[in-house]
Design a protein around this ligand. Sequence first.
Ligand code: GRF
Length: 223
Amino acid sequence: MTDSGAHLRLGVLASGRGSNFQSIIDAIRSKQIKAVVAVLITDNPSAFAIERAKKNDIEHLIISPKEFGSGDDFYAKIAEELKKRRVELVILAGFMRIVRKPLIDAFPNRIMNIHPALLPSFPGLHAQKQALDYGVRISGCTVHFVDEGMDTGPVIIQAAVPVRHDDTEVILSERILKMEHKIYPEAIRLFSEGRLEVRGRTVKIKGQPTPDAAIVNSPLMKP
Ligand code: GRF
């Protein structure tokens, strides 16, 4: 992927298949977002996200937490590598760890995460199963800034996704994932345009009122 001064420099952290990473790559290619992925960092040497990075000429680093004495040192190393590459926004795309202070302090309000539920409902692992087990009729996904809690930072965009009576975890996850792939690039676009302003725990979207940027509803009748 080619670099350019005017483009927002992203650093992506992923642990697995990286379909959200791919949606961001695609949004950059189609010029929906003016950004460049400076580096992919993974904690998992067999993450499929690595293949996606290779295919798109994106540098990747494998950083294993086992090589570090403490979690803080692991995150300090990640922050160092991101800074070295002049990353401006850190994207957690299926990064299966809770980010710690050294990274958060290095990128205040500059780390985003996507979660497959309407936060603050169903934080943590297996959010889609949590939603099914609870019996909610509407779930969805959330892009938020990252703080030291688990899925607790200020919400940027949410998309509502219906839950059907015969859904399985796999089917619901797929339906939510389609919306994840829409709202994550959109949140990055808003950031790249300087339109996100964090005020306490809320995020204001500057510029013209964009009700459907703040909440995206998927059609209730379509899969
Ligand atoms: C997504 O469901 C995301 O919401 C969650 O982890 C999953 C990652 O999927 N944080 P992928 O690796 O982006 O395909």
